[in-house]
Design a protein around this ligand. Structure first.
Ligand SMILES: O=C(O)c1cc(=O)[nH]c(=O)n1[C@@H]1O[C@H](COP(=O)(O)O)[C@@H](O)[C@H]1O
Length: 231
């Protein structure tokens, strides 16, 4: 079954059982799912396989960031798991991203989308200053987008706030945007946020939504509400 919406639900849970309990309330025709560091560290590849068996396309969000060889081999391992999307940090640099592209291009069969994380949506200008980057988030995102394009990446993780500028400068890159908050939802630890409709209007291709769905009293209803808002 192929997914008909741009929604990716983040399964940020401390156990396989909790993640699968949420997945069982979701329809693979209405969303993809994301397995991140917490769930993967606790449950490993088995949970990815189970989700795929249930019909979900899986974004393996481990944000690899290491020397080129190590990162490329990690991306290859993810591809062999059959995931739909995998990501690495653009700040690992051009040679790191190019090594990942090169490794995936050697594989027979379907490759996952290879996505570069730019500036985390939890960061704002003062956070960049704190790590020695005296630059506005959008400027840094555009700079990393240039490297990602050179490396042949399929897309970027960024804030939807940067989507308009990115689509103008790099139309071929697919934009995966977390920091999505339906009107009235708590921002939590996110800083650069937009609503689902604003994000799509700005040019986002995929919307990553975690707590507004996973922590809702009725997650299926919360997902349906976002789908309806987008329609
Ligand atoms: O790569 C990601 O998915 C990601 C990148 C980023 O810049 N910001 C970000 O929030 N994420 C992930 O997107 C999800 C957002 O979750 P919520 O804030 O609960 O909607 C989390 O699983 C984060 O790990």
């Amino acid at each position: 079954m192929s997914c008909q919406t741009p929604i990716i639900v983040a399964l940020d849970f401390p156990s396989r059982d909790a993640a699968l309990a949420l997945a069982d309330q979701l329809d693979p025709a209405l969303c993809r799912v994301k397995v991140g560091k917490e769930l993967f560290t606790r449950s490993g590849p088995a949970v990815v396989e189970t989700l795929q068996d249930k019909g979900f396309e899986v974004f393996l969000d481990l944000k690899f960031h290491d020397i080129p060889n190590t990162t490329a081999m990690a991306v290859k391992a993810a591809a062999e798991m059959g995931v739909w999307m995998v990501n690495v940090h653009c700040s690992g640099g051009l040679r790191m991203m190019a090594a990942c592209r090169n490794e995936l291009d050697k594989l027979a069969g379907k490759q996952p989308l290879l996505i570069g994380v730019t500036v985390l949506t939890s960061m704002e200008q003062e956070d960049l200053a704190g790590i020695g980057l005296d630059i506005a988030p959008q400027e840094q995102v555009l700079r990393l987008a240039g490297l990602a394009t050179q490396a042949g990446m399929d897309g970027l993780v960024c804030s939807a706030q940067e989507a308009l500028a990115l689509k103008a400068a790099h139309p071929a890159l697919q934009l995966v945007t977390p920091g999505i908050r339906p009107a009235g939802s708590a921002a939590d630890d996110q800083r650069r946020i937009l609503t689902p409709v604003e994000a799509l209007q700005a040019g986002s291709d995929f919307l990553v939504i975690g707590r507004p769905i996973s922590q809702a009293a009725d997650p299926a209803q919360a997902l349906a509400a976002v789908v309806a808002e987008l329609a």
